[in-house]
Design a binder for this molecule. Structure first.
Ligand code: RAM
Length: 331
């Protein structure tokens, strides 16, 4: 009897061990976004879940603050550390403010990368850019010029937050390349914080305070959508145009109304997929993510890390009346 009991206890113990073993083997990746409720990040999460399914032993925890602050992200990072995740892949609201929390994560063996919006070097192993920053800057200027007669006129930028790494980098690139677009005159830059209502109000402000502005360039999917709605509501379609980086699914109405003729973006699903693949390979020790390394990223092929510790995924693509219906079904 005693022996039977011991056997039963033993097998229960073995079973519990096996179960926890299986759990411990699951790679947990925290996918931290600038804020929840942004369609761009929801599309990226689709790609992340796709990668998780493909890799098999992965759980992607999609998380982020409710508004686009570094403080909110720090809380989220600390919660992920407490959950014992194996990796954190973050699109940062501030390149520096999140570093102490991410350093704490790395000190505990958590592999940290940034994607979309970079963390400064000290706070991550590598950064995945959606595309070349130079190319994105050039594209935004080209889009602005395309909406102006002979490429000449005043334009304003409607950005996300003042600390957002990706938008700040692209704006810097735009300014650097402005001399190549002699007809373009940048009047001002305003910030809608990637919040729909604030972005809408900032766009409205531009329409009233800057009567010479003929194009609003918003290098943010939240801003470009809000600005095109503000232009339509102010009955200024054809007088003021909106362009920049947008999601086809969100911008189909603006193409139809004529508030925008064209805008650009890369594939956000592929971006979330790639970030998840990279985080997984780091956890598995298949790469150290150091400059010069090439990381296998499933259907995206090999992603090469440049000398600066950054990689670029793919070129942006332009959407207009001809292709909007096709792509608005995807993202
Ligand atoms: C918004 C976010 C994101 C950016 C896109 C283009 O959704 O700011 O970081 O990459 O726009």
């Amino acid at each position: 009897m005693k022996l039977l009991k011991q056997l039963a206890l033993g097998s229960a113990f073995a079973f519990a061990m096996l179960a926890s073993q299986a759990h411990a083997d699951t790679v947990k990746i925290g996918l931290v976004v600038k804020s929840l409720g942004n369609g761009f990040f929801e599309a990226a999460n689709k790609g992340a879940q796709e990668a998780a399914k493909e890799l098999g032993d992965v759980e992607v925890i999609y998380t982020g603050p409710t508004s686009t602050t570094a403080e909110g992200q720090i809380e989220v990072i600390n919660a992920l550390i407490a959950q014992n995740v194996n990796a954190i892949a973050i699109s940062a609201n501030d390149p520096d403010a999140v570093i102490p929390a991410l350093k704490k994560a790395m000190a505990r063996g958590i592999k940290v990368i940034s994607w979309d919006s970079a963390v400064a070097k000290d706070g991550r192993i590598m950064h995945l850019n959606p595309s070349s920053n130079e190319l994105i800057g050039k594209m935004c200027l080209q889009l602005a010029a395309d909406h102006l007669k002979d490429g000449k006129g005043d334009f304003a930028i409607l950005s996300a937050t003042t600390t957002s790494t990706n938008q700040n980098t692209w704006i810097e690139e735009m300014k650097k390349q402005l001399p190549n677009f002699p007809g373009l005159n940048l009047v001002t830059t305003v910030y809608g914080d990637d919040l729909s209502d604030k972005s809408y109000r900032e766009a409205q402000g531009l329409l009233t305070s800057q009567p010479n502005v003929k194009v609003i360039v918003a290098p943010t999917t939240v801003g470009v959508l809000a600005a095109s709605q503000a232009v339509a509501d102010a009955k200024k379609i054809g007088d003021v145009y909106v362009t920049g980086l947008g999601l086809p699914s969100e911008m189909a109405g603006a193409i139809k109304s004529g508030a925008t003729k064209e805008f650009a973006i890369w594939n956000p699903i592929d971006l979330g997929y790639s970030a998840t693949q990279i985080a997984y390979r780091l956890v598995k020790g298949e790469t150290d993510g150091a400059p010069g390394s090439e990381i296998a990223a499933g259907r995206m092929g090999k992603i090469k890390v440049g000398d600066n510790g950054e990689a670029a995924m793919a070129d942006p693509f332009v959407y207009d009346a001809k292709n909007i219906d096709q792509f608005s079904k995807m993202f």
